[in-house]
Design a protein around this ligand. Structure first.
Ligand SMILES: Cc1cc2nc3c(=O)[nH]c(=O)nc-3n(C[C@H](O)[C@H](O)[C@H](O)COP(=O)(O)OP(=O)(O)OC[C@H]3O[C@@H](n4cnc5c(N)ncnc54)[C@H](O)[C@@H]3O)c2cc1C
Length: 348
């Protein structure tokens, strides 16, 4: 049997998660479809970065912030499909939407919120034998917890801002920092590169990772064999961790049927307005995917977009509903939850 949802949200990043929260607050039956195993979107790319610029939120590590937005996004128990990519969106004769995902399943929805952040972003993987085997062990594509890198020898591959920032952050934490880059000069901000030079990081330009030598039990990288592409000289280096920061590949998200007129800004982003409306009735958008004059491409902008998109969905589905949701402090949806919180505080 077809199970219909009021709204299906493509993407479980900050915009999608906050849309799910707000959609629950507005009493709509909601589904999130997320390509990755973990919800959290791009914030998962910077787990060890401190986030300062979200109103009312004191400085918080990306990893913790991601956990918070996931918890908030699931407040009203939306249906969540993880590891699932939306491949196409079709409109039926009743102007409802059918989404097809990469597992061949169909998802039925009266409205859609695009919160897909500009496509699927994947770190550029290292094209070296056994790289896949060590991934998630001691080969990483984003910065790991600083604690796990304390007093360790860390080799960082890459010469852009992300790689160099990562190396700078490790200067006073790791035992040794080695930076290898395929070109003869780093592309990163000069001031950051200077910090590395002063901080005694080992720089190896014109150098790439040639191969890995694993530990005896084969569970981790023990040595990295490097090749200097200018001189041809190879060298072996004992390491505890390897962090690869070679940038990201962006994959365009999904196709739409010819009856859907979604106007794009370029290959990835959609044109719309500050009410979260796109150029197609019934399809709304929030977060990085949506462009309009005055757009703020930050977390706070994604949250604002989410509220606007959800209010627009509500009015699209129920034209007589209030234009905006009731403030949370007076909202009936929280009565029972507030009692629980107050009780647990009294009993603490
Ligand atoms: C390194 C870095 C540091 C940043 N630092 C800050 C900061 O300090 N402060 C700040 O305010 N902002 C910061 N930002 C920006 C902020 O992270 C983004 O604005 C925010 O993540 C946008 O949220 P979003 O939900 O729109 O998109 P995303 O976070 O990109 O989430 C989109 C989600 O949609 C999923 N998806 C895409 N296509 C599909 C599909 N077809 N099917 C299913 N799922 C799909 C993706 O997998 C992803 O999980 C930073 C960004 C980066 C890259």
């Amino acid at each position: 049997m077809k199970e219909w949802y009021d709204v299906t949200i493509i993407g479980g990043g900050p915009a999608g998660l906050y849309s799910a929260f707000y959609s629950g607050l507005r009493g709509m039956k909601t589904k999130i479809i997320e390509y990755q195993q973990n919800l959290g979107g791009k914030v998962l790319l910077y787990p060890e970065k401190m986030i300062w610029d979200v109103g009312g939120q004191l400085p918080v590590l990306g990893e913790k912030f991601a956990k918070q937005i996931v918890q908030q996004g699931l407040t009203f128990d939306p249906t969540v499909c993880r590891n699932t990519k939306v491949e196409s969106v079709e409109k039926d004769a009743n102007n409802n939407f059918i989404l097809t995902t990469n597992d061949g399943k169909k998802h039925y929805s009266r409205a859609v919120i695009l919160a897909n952040g500009g496509g699927i972003i994947q770190p550029k993987r290292l094209d070296v034998t056994d790289a896949q085997r060590y991934e998630g062990k001691n080969l990483h594509y984003s910065m790991k917890s600083l604690k796990s890198l304390q007093n360790k020898t860390v080799l960082i591959s890459g010469g852009g801002d992300a790689a160099i920032d990562c190396a700078v952050e490790l200067l006073e934490i790791a035992k040794k920092v080695i930076v290898v880059y395929r070109k003869n000069e780093c592309r990163a901000h000069e001031a950051q590169v200077n910090k590395l030079v002063k901080g005694n990081a080992k720089f190896m330009m014109n150098t790439t990772i040639d191969s890995f030598i694993g530990t005896k039990d084969g569970t981790a990288i023990q040595q990295v064999l490097l090749k200097n592409n200018a001189s041809g000289i190879r060298s072996n280096h004992e390491v505890d961790h390897v962090i690869v920061q070679h940038g990201y590949n962006r994959e365009s998200s999904f196709t739409v049927d010819p009856n859907i007129t979604l106007e794009k800004k370029d290959d990835y982003f959609y044109k719309g307005d500050s009410f979260g409306c796109t150029t197609e009735n019934g399809i709304f958008a929030a977060g990085d995917i949506l462009t309009y004059d005055g757009k703020i491409n930050l977390l706070v902008g994604a949250f604002q977009d989410a509220v606007q998109a959800v209010n627009s969905v509500k009015n699209y589905l129920e034209p007589t509903a209030p234009k905006v949701g009731m403030v949370s402090s007076h909202h009936k949806a929280f009565e029972e939850r507030n009692k629980e919180i107050i009780h647990s505080q009294l009993n603490a």
